[in-house]
Design a protein around this ligand. Structure first.
Ligand code: ARG
Length: 463
C-alpha cells in the first residue's frame, strides 16, 4: 500500500489535488461576481483619478471587466478549481482579454479587502431584497387582518383556550414581528455600510489612494476606520444571520400554527391546494407541506448563524483562510429565507378561514371566565381576588352541569353569589368578550381595524 492510499486513496493526484479541493471556493463564491466587478470598477477608477495607474491601462481594465460581466451573465464563463476563487478567476480572464495591463488592477489592493468588500455588497443587496419581500408578507397579513377583524377565535396560552380574540388580531401579531425583523435589517444595514476597500492586506497601503471615493462609488457611507478590522470583521454577516434566525423563528411559529389550525381536529383554516400535497397512500389527506418546510428550515438559519459565530470566535487578527467559510452559511440562509418568505406570503394570502368553526371553538373551555370575574369587580365592586374565587366556583358548577357559563340560570349563579343579576349575560358571549377588550393594543374589532389602518398607512408611506 502506498502512502497516498493511506491518506488519500480517492484523490488521483495526491496532495496537490487534495489541497486544490480544500482550497477552492469558486463553486460557491462565483455568486459574488457582480459585486467583485463593481468593486474592481470603483477601484480602477480611483487608481486612474489618483494617477496611480495610467488612464490607458485603467480604461482597458474597465472595458475588460465589462466584457467579463457579460460573459458571466451569458453563462459563458469557465471555472477551474486551480484558480481558487472568483477574484482570481476574474483577474485571470482579464489578463487573457487585455494582457499585461490586467496586472495593474490589483495595485494597492489585496484579496483580503476585496472579499470583505464583496461580501458586504452582497449582504447589503440581499438585505434590501428581503426587506421588500417582508413588506409583501406584511401586506398579505394585513389583508387577512382586515378581512377577519371581527372573526372570533380562541386565544391560547399553553395551547389551552384562554380568552376569545379575533383572527385579525392574531394576524396583526405577526405584522408586528415582521416589522421588528425589518427594523433589525435596517439597523444592521446602517452598521454594515462602511467600505473596507483600501485596507489592503491588513495594514493599509503606501499608495496615495482615495478611500472616500471608492466608498462613495459603491454606495457606502464612509470607509472603515481601521484596516485590521476592515479585513477581518464579519459582524455584518453575523448580524444578517442573527436577523435571519429570528425572522425564520417567526415564520416557523406561524407555520406551526397553520399546521395546527389546518388539522382535522381544529379545521380553523384551509390551506390552498397550491401550498399542500396529498398522501401517496391515504387518499383523505391534504398535508400542509409548505408550512412544515418553513418550520423545518428555521433550523438551518440558526445553524448558519452558529457556524459562522464558531468559525470566527478563535481567530486571531486579521484575515485567516477560515474566513472563506463565511460564504456558504450566508448564502444558504439567504436562499432559504427568501423561499420561506415567498411561500408564507402565498399561504397567508390564500388561506381560507373557517370563521364559524373558530367562533364555536372560542367558547369552549370557559374562555369568558375572565370577563365574568371583571364584571363582578366592575358591577358588584368585588376585589379581583374574590371575583376570581367566585368565578372559579361558577366554572365548576357549569362543568358539573356540562354546559357553558352563559347557559347557567340566574338562580344557579345566585346560589354561588347572591349579588349577581341578569346584566351578567351581557358579557358572557364570546363576541361581547372581544368587543369589550378596548384597551390599546387589545383584541376589540375596532382596535384591530385601527391598528391595521395604522400599519397600512405606514407601509404606504415607505418609499
Ligand atoms: N477566497 C478567499 C476568501 O473567501 C479570498 C481571500 C483570500 N485571501 C488570502 N489571503 N488568501 O476568503
Amino acid at each position: 500500500m502506498s502512502a497516498n492510499e493511506l491518506w488519500g486513496g480517492r484523490f488521483a493526484k495526491g496532495p496537490a489535488e487534495i489541497m486544490e479541493r480544500i482550497n477552492a471556493s469558486i463553486d460557491f463564491d462565483r455568486r459574488l461576481y457582480a459585486q467583485d466587478i463593481a468593486g474592481s470598477m470603483a477601484h480602477s477608477s480611483m487608481l486612474m483619478d489618483q494617477g496611480i495607474i495610467s488612464k490607458a491601462d485603467g480604461e482597458k481594465i474597465q472595458e475588460g471587466l465589462q466584457t467579463i460581466l457579460r460573459e458571466i451573465e451569458a453563462g459563458n464563463f469557465k471555472t477551474d478549481p486551480a484558480l481558487e476563487d472568483i477574484h482570481m478567476h476574474i483577474e485571470a480572464r482579464l489578463r487573457e482579454i487585455i494582457g499585461d495591463a490586467a496586472g495593474r488592477l490589483h495595485t494597492a489592493r489585496s484579496r483580503n479587502d476585496q472579499v470583505a468588500t464583496d461580501m458586504r455588497l452582497w449582504v447589503r443587496d440581499t438585505m434590501d431584497h428581503l426587506d421588500g419581500e417582508l413588506k409583501d408578507l406584511q401586506d398579505a397579513l394585513l389583508f387577512q387582518a382586515e378581512a377577519e377583524a371581527e372573526t372570533v377565535m380562541p386565544g391560547f396560552t399553553h395551547l389551552q383556550a384562554a380568552q376569545p380574540v379575533t383572527f385579525g388580531h392574531h394576524m396583526l401579531a405577526y405584522v408586528e414581528m415582521i416589522g421588528r425583523d425589518r427594523s433589525r435589517l435596517k439597523d444592521a444595514r446602517a452598521r454594515l455600510n462602511e467600505c473596507p476597500l483600501g485596507s489592503a492586506a491588513l495594514a493599509g497601503t503606501s499608495f496615495p489612494i482615495d478611500r472616500e471615493m471608492t466608498a462613495a462609488a459603491l454606495g457606502f457611507d464612509r470607509p472603515t476606520a481601521n484596516s485590521l478590522d476592515g479585513v477581518s470583521d464579519r459582524d455584518f454577516a453575523l448580524e444578517f444571520l442573527s436577523f435571519a434566525s429570528i425572522c425564520s423563528m417567526h415564520l416557523s411559529r406561524l407555520a406551526e400554527e397553520i399546521v395546527i389550525w389546518s388539522s382535522a381536529q381544529f379545521r380553523f383554516v384551509e390551506c390552498s391546494d397550491s401550498f399542500s400535497t396529498g398522501s401517496s397512500i391515504m387518499p383523505q389527506k391534504k398535508n400542509p407541506d409548505a408550512a412544515e418546510l418553513i418550520r423545518g428550515k428555521a433550523g438551518r438559519s440558526s445553524g448558519a448563524f452558529n457556524s459562522l459565530l464558531m468559525m470566527m470566535k478563535g481567530l486571531p487578527m486579521t484575515y485567516g483562510k477560515d474566513m472563506q467559510e463565511d460564504k456558504e452559511p450566508v448564502f444558504d440562509a439567504a436562499d432559504n429565507l427568501q423561499l420561506c418568505i415567498a411561500a408564507m406570503t402565498g399561504m397567508v394570502r390564500d388561506i381560507k378561514v373557517n370563521g364559524d368553526i373558530m367562533t364555536a371553538a372560542s367558547g369552549a373551555g370557559f374562555t369568558t371566565a375572565t370577563d365574568l370575574a371583571d364584571w363582578l369587580v366592575q358591577k358588584l365592586d368585588m376585589p379581583f381576588r374574590n371575583a376570581h374565587h367566585v368565578t372559579g366556583a361558577l366554572v365548576k358548577l357549569a362543568e358539573e352541569n356540562n354546559c357553558g357559563l352563559e347557559d347557567l340560570s340566574l338562580e344557579q349563579m345566585q346560589s354561588v353569589e347572591a349579588g349577581i343579576h341578569a346584566g351578567v349575560y351581557e358579557v358572557l358571549g364570546v363576541e361581547k368578550s372581544v368587543a369589550s377588550r378596548v384597551s390599546y393594543g387589545g383584541t376589540a374589532p375596532a382596535g384591530v381595524k385601527a391598528q391595521a389602518k395604522r400599519w397600512k398607512d405606514q407601509l404606504a408611506g415607505e418609499k
